[in-house]
Each structure stands twice: as structure tokens, then as C-alpha cells.
Design a protein around this ligand. Structure first.
Ligand code: DX5
Ligand code: ZN
Length: 223
């Protein structure tokens, strides 16, 4: 199945960085809808990954939306740089700043789509008052930091609750789900109400080529 209701954004975390340009252009050619870039600072999560320099490079390779997932303490320090580098959307973690109100106000005042992520142990009620002012809610279905982890089953209930809350409030806030998405989990995640899924190791892995991996994922969407 392939239509715009079900969007797939590859995460380049497990991509072969030696061939990054080709890994991105091939995924674009086979019909993904955007690219999800995991910016990790070594503090909010242990790893350090990508920053604005690589994002500006990716901006030159693809015309698809560039979706930045900040796993960074005090993320507001980098908003301007990330927007200059070509970010179309920026996600910040609810858990990443002591003054969340101030940080989210800063983000929503900028010329970029705004998104808030919640960890598996963070309740939906913590962020429900922000849903009206943001473009996207990112529900983490693994603990952030690493690709290739197992999908946490209770995420399905959280996605369903988020979907009904958003519908009840008559909002257009999108639901993105990140972590453990593969051919076994993708369909349930979309059925529960996700608009966009992030797929890292299901697309960039050593077992299959990118074309086959994308096709397998799409063919697994049976609603
Ligand atoms: C994890 C990252 C994810 C990661 C997903 O902290 O936010 O975007 O790349 O990887 P998979 O799809 O392999 O779980
Ligand atoms: Zn991510």
C-alpha cells in the first residue's frame, strides 16, 4: 500500500555513511516521504551523532522534508543553526529542558514545523496542553539513543490515546512514531493512528538492499 496517509521517514542512524548520498537518493527514488535525522548530544542520550554540518549536506541531496529529532539538553541553543542548515521540522523532547514552556514557545515562534517527543515512560498527559500549538507529536516506541531496539508493545495504547485526543480536540497535529518499526509492527502502528513512522534499521541494514527493505515495509501495511 502506498498513499500519503501513511508516511515513512527513514532514519539515517544505521545508514552506510561512506555512501550517504546514494543511501539517501536511493530511498527517495523508492518512495519514502522525508528523512529523519537523529541529533544526539552525548548528554540527553549517551551517543553523539549528527549536527548542522551534515544536515546542510543532506539538504543538498534531497528535496524531501528533513525532520530533525533532537535528543539534546537545552535544545533551544541550536534551533537557529538547524533551521539555517535546512530543517523543515524540529522535534524536542519534553524531558530535555527544565523550562519546557519557554523552549516550546521559542520553537513555535520560528519558521519551522514544531514537534514534541515523549519517551516511553512519559505520559501523554504531560504534553496534552501543547498539542494545539505544535505540528507533530513524536511518540517514542523505544528508549531513545540507539537504532535496532525492540518495539515496546504498550506504545500502541499510547498512540491510540493520542489519536483520540487529537481528534476530540479537532486538531491537525500529526502523530509520528519512532523505534522498532519493521514489517511486523508497522501495520499496527498505522492502525492505532500514526501518520508518520520512522524506520531506521528496517531500511538501512546489512541484510537487504534499500529498495527491497522499503518495498517490504510498504507491503506490510495492511489495514
Ligand atoms: C532512536 C532514534 C531512532 C532510531 C530508530 O533513539 O530516535 O530514530 O534511528 O531506529 P530503529 O528504526 O532501528 O528502531
Ligand atoms: Zn529518532
Amino acid at each position: 500500500m502506498n498513499n500519503n496517509r501513511f508516511r515513512i521517514y527513514p532514519s539515517i542512524l544505521t545508514a552506510d555513511l561512506g555512501k550517504l548520498d546514494k543511501q539517501i537518493s536511493t530511498a527517495e527514488e523508492y518512495g519514502v516521504d522525508g528523512f529523519h535525522i537523529d541529533v544526539m548530544d552525548g548528554q540527553f542520550v549517551p551517543p553523539i551523532t549528527f549536527g548542522p554540518i551534515i544536515i546542510s549536506h543532506i539538504r543538498k541531496i534531497t528535496k524531501l522534508p528533513i525532520d530533525i529529532h533532537m535528543m539534546v539538553i537545552d535544545p533551544e541553543r541550536y534551533f537557529d543553526e538547524l533551521i539555517d542548515a535546512g530543517a523543515d521540522s524540529i522535534t524536542i523532547h519534553y524531558e530535555s529542558t527544565p523550562d519546557f514552556d519557554n523552549t516550546i514557545n521559542k520553537l513555535t515562534s520560528l519558521n519551522v514545523e514544531s514537534s514534541v517527543a515523549i519517551n516511553p515512560n512519559t505520559s501523554l498527559t504531560s504534553v496534552q496542553n501543547y498539542l494545539a500549538e505544535i505540528n507533530q507529536l513524536l511518540i517514542m516506541s523505544v528508549n531513545p539513543g540507539y537504532g535496532g531496539q525492540k518495539f515496546i508493545p504498550s506504545s500502541i495504547n499510547k498512540i491510540e490515546s493520542a489519536k483520540s485526543l487529537i481528534d476530540q480536540l479537532n486538531l491537525s497535529t500529526k502523530i509520528q512514531v519512532d523505534g522498532g518499526i519493521n514489517s511486523n509492527t508497522i501495520s499496527n502502528v498505522f492502525t492505532a493512528g500514526a501518520d508518520i513512522v520512522v524506520a531506521g534499521s528496517a531500511i538501512y541494514n546489512e541484510m537487504n538492499d534499500i529498495e527491497t527493505s522499503i518495498k517490504t515495509l510498504k507491503d506490510s501495511i495492511i489495514l
